[in-house]
Design a protein around this ligand. Structure first.
Ligand code: SAM
Ligand code: SF4
Ligand code: SF4
Length: 386
């Protein structure tokens, strides 16, 4: 068997030139900005740090993200004011939901200051933003109340199993399950709900945790979502045979639980939602719900309305992109805010990204091969934000 080589990657991978104008100026006339495939701009994910205190093998494997790894220097990070200014431009173009992510977002010092700035912003319709954050939960017990007081609405917590040995192997820093569960409980008490829990499922690693996780969260009001192991980045050594398709996860769940499919609660929703049936076979909302994020086996690009802003101000249009648009010079140029808004509109209106759909069309995706699309260099998830 040949040894797997994990390439060392340096960031960023490259910049794309910012288009000076786009075909779509509808937003200036009060109409919805759409990309080249007619998708609106609704969600913005903002990465606030490229650092993390976990070394999940599927995201920041220890062999690559070691003591010699060069993280972004402090000087290249966008300041909170710069992030807020950029968020305002996105909101002008239709964004209604902002998710803070990373790396581990709770490692960013004084994050509550950024949250309080973002919490003051309103959508185009004058509504409060849907302001949320994805975290590994390690610092949540300590920070939940401060985050809530600053204006954060809700959190999504990542947890890949309830068995300590399995979880520690996956986070690779010996972090115990109990501390994450404490964090989830603190978030619940602080009112940071509805809470979602994300579980990445890797065949051969944590599929035995599927049923215990479902049992644990059933009826708690916390939605558990199973995420297919994705071929993001270039360092996790992704192989198709380690993906456990959502259909198989569902089969495992149905050996014990009675489930019923639910309709999507909003357009562009990444998760397919399922509810629980009670003993009479009737959908019982009090038992909560579970979700499947199947970006490998069931691409949802046709609805993808998400943009991603990296810690240093690069705009990425797809989780699997090789290059981003460097907005930082424009953000720091001292020009009127409209210049930034126009640049983002021009970029969005030319967007054609649909990586997962294309990957699905590859003949080799159903095999154990890593797939042709995956051989292309892609940005790391810890850099772009999940
Ligand atoms: N550190 C935070 C956390 O883990 O929640 C936020 C950033 S993390 C990159 C965001 C989400 O991406 C997490 O739910 C994580 O499980 C997921 N993720 C990372 N690498 C993944 C992969 N290769 N496949 C599927 N999901 C992945
Ligand atoms: Fe860190 Fe989140 Fe990536 Fe795990 S998934 S290494 S917690 S950024
Ligand atoms: Fe969106 Fe890219 Fe994922 Fe498709 S592959 S859903 S375009 S982020």
């Amino acid at each position: 068997m040949s040894e797997r080589v994990i390439p060392i990657i340096t960031q960023p991978l490259g910049n794309l030139a910012i288009p000076q104008s786009g075909p779509n100026t509808a937003w200036q006339n009060g109409l919805t900005l759409k990309d080249a495939l007619s998708r609106p701009l609704h969600d913005l994910r903002i990465s606030v740090t490229d650092r993390c205190n976990f070394r999940c093998s599927y995201c920041m494997p220890k062999e690559v993200f070691d003591n010699n790894y060069q993280y972004l220097p402090q000087s290249s990070l966008l300041s909170f004011e710069e992030i807020t200014q950029t968020a305002k431009s996105f909101i002008t173009l239709g964004v209604e939901k902002i998710r803070l992510t990373g790396g581990e977002p709770l490692l960013r010092k004084n994050l509550e200051i950024l949250i309080s700035q973002l919490a003051e912003l309103q959508t185009l319709n004058g509504k409060p933003l849907d302001l949320t954050l994805t975290t590994n939960g390690s610092l949540l017990a300590r920070k939940a109340e401060t985050l809530k007081a600053a204006g954060l609405k809700r959190v999504t917590v990542s947890l890949d199993g309830l068995d300590d040995e399995v979880f520690k192997r996956m986070n690779d820093v010996d972090f115990p399950v109990s501390d994450v569960l404490e964090g989830i409980e603190a978030a619940r008490k602080a009112g940071l709900g509805p809470i979602k829990v994300n579980m990445v499922v890797k065949r051969g690693t944590n599929e035995q945790e599927i049923l215990p996780m479902a049992r644990y969260f059933k009826g708690t009001g916390i939605a558990l979502r199973f995420i297919e192991y994705m071929d993001v980045g270039a360092t996790n050594g992704w192989r198709m045979n380690e993906v456990l398709p959502s259909a198989e996860v569902l089969q495992i769940l149905q050996t014990e639980l009675s489930l019923t499919p639910l309709s999507a609660s909003q357009q562009g929703e990444t998760a397919e939602r399922w509810g629980y049936l009670n003993e009479q076979g009737v959908h019982d909302t009090s038992l909560g719900e579970i979700g499947f994020i199947s970006s490998v086996t069931k691409a949802f690009c046709s609805d993808c309305n998400r943009a991603r802003l990296t810690t240093e101000g690069q705009l990425y249009l797809c989780l699997f992109a090789s290059q981003g648009y460097d907005l930082k010079p424009l953000i720091r140029s001292g020009q009127e805010p409209e210049a930034l808004t126009q640049a983002i509109a021009a970029i969005w209106s030319q967007r054609t990204d649909r990586y997962s759909e294309l990957r699905q069309q590859e003949p080799d995706v159903s095999t154990n091969d890593e797939g042709a699309a995956n051989k292309r260099r892609k940005v790391e998830m810890s850099y772009i934000g999940g």
